[in-house]
Design a protein around this ligand. Structure first.
Ligand code: ZN
Length: 358
């Protein structure tokens, strides 16, 4: 009897955004991540989430699929899979009680498909696991000691999504308050971070928290000191790469999103960013420009709150800052998120918003 046990699966976190209400059925591939394994020759080919929404149903059903390579498609192999779904508790930032859905195996020539589904009945942010184990021993007497899982973060939203985006952080006070505010309402945002702030443990810890809880992370250059068009191309490129490396060292993922400081760029710099395989993002509404810095006060907070409430609309990309002296906007955001949640808004990442526009 072959005593060897096989398999360890680990996928990068995927994020997808789903619509709860609306009239058109949607079926969409959400994304696929690189998969690593203890034994590279046995890694999973694909893991993705697919949303299927029937117009007649209020609930959103999510289908989960993974494919194992051909090595397991022979008669004597046994593959088991289990799907679990947990809701993030915004108060404690711990994952709440898990519910389970079974996973069906579709074994065919050349590959094994793992299929499962789960129906979400309320808005919020969820983490789903697909645990997979495989045996070459048909009697399953072989013990799998290192079973790992595919994981994805899923956000279920309504029909008023909006993208809040933040430049210049992470900042030890303002970013912390902003992340807490998004957790309170079960929302997610996008942060274009400056590389030098990641040299400090506070900045690195905040970045790690963003990555682990499903926020989108982009590059906002390393120093933010002079305007990009005034830099040499070499100097500019070095700053972008250095920031990518700093982010990757902390999160394990190299960002592909970029926003120019002050939004100003010349064609050569734009080409440099694109040649690095990165996407350049802008914004629709600039809510709290750096020029508006002022000490924390009820009046200034109320002013920012007014601006947010006036500019907000579904599918808007809103620009904020999280840095020194953005205390008023951080305070206004925490109030705005509560108010807007009551109005049916959901806070999504830029990638999430793109998915919803398709
Ligand atoms: Zn900036």
């Amino acid at each position: 009897m072959q005593r060897r046990y096989i398999l360890a699966l680990l996928a990068t976190a995927l994020i997808c955004v789903l619509i709860l209400s609306g009239s058109n059925p949607v079926s969409r591939m959400i994304g696929a991540g690189d998969v690593s394994s203890d034994d590279a020759s046995l890694s999973v080919d694909t893991f993705y989430l697919e949303q299927t929404r029937e117009a007649a149903y209020v609930d959103t059903r999510v289908d989960f699929m993974a494919f194992l390579p051909g090595a397991f498609a022979h008669d004597t192999s046994v593959v088991t899979a289990e799907l679990s779904v947990a809701k993030l508790d915004p108060q404690t930032q711990l994952w709440g009680s898990a519910e389970r859905a079974d996973v069906e195996l579709l074994k065919s020539l050349g590959q094994i498909g793992l299929y499962g589904n789960y129906t979400f009945s309320s808005r919020g942010i969820y983490r789903v696991h697909m645990n997979v184990s495989a045996f070459t021993d048909a009697t399953k007497t072989t013990v799998v000691t290192d079973m790992q899982s595919n994981e994805a973060i899923v956000q279920i939203v309504g029909n008023k999504p909006v993208a809040f985006t933040f430049d210049d952080g992470p900042h030890e006070y303002c970013t912390l308050q902003i992340l807490d505010s998004f957790d309170q309402v079960g929302g997610r945002a996008t942060f274009f971070v400056t590389g030098y702030r990641l040299e400090y443990e506070e900045g690195a810890a905040l970045l790690r928290r963003m990555a682990e809880t499903g926020h989108q992370i982009g590059n906002h250059r390393y120093t933010h000191k002079i305007h990009s068009p005034e830099m040499s191309d070499e100097e500019f490129k070095a700053e972008v790469i250095k920031t990518n490396e700093a982010i990757a060292a902390i999160t394990g993922t190299t960002p592909v999103d970029f926003r120019f400081p002050w939004g100003d760029a010349d064609p050569a710099k734009r080409r440099i960013v694109r040649d690095l395989g990165m996407r350049i993002w802008g914004w629709d509404s600039n809510i709290a420009d750096g020029g508006d810095y002022s000490p924390l006060s009820e009046e200034a907070t109320a002013l920012y709150l007014d601006r947010i409430m006036q500019k907000v609309r579904p599918y808007e990309v809103m620009l904020f800052h999280d840095a020194e002296n953005t205390y008023n906007s951080a305070a206004a955001i925490s109030i705005a998120l509560e108010k807007l949640t009551e109005q049916g808004y959901d806070f999504v990442t830029l990638n999430g918003l793109e998915e919803l526009k398709r």
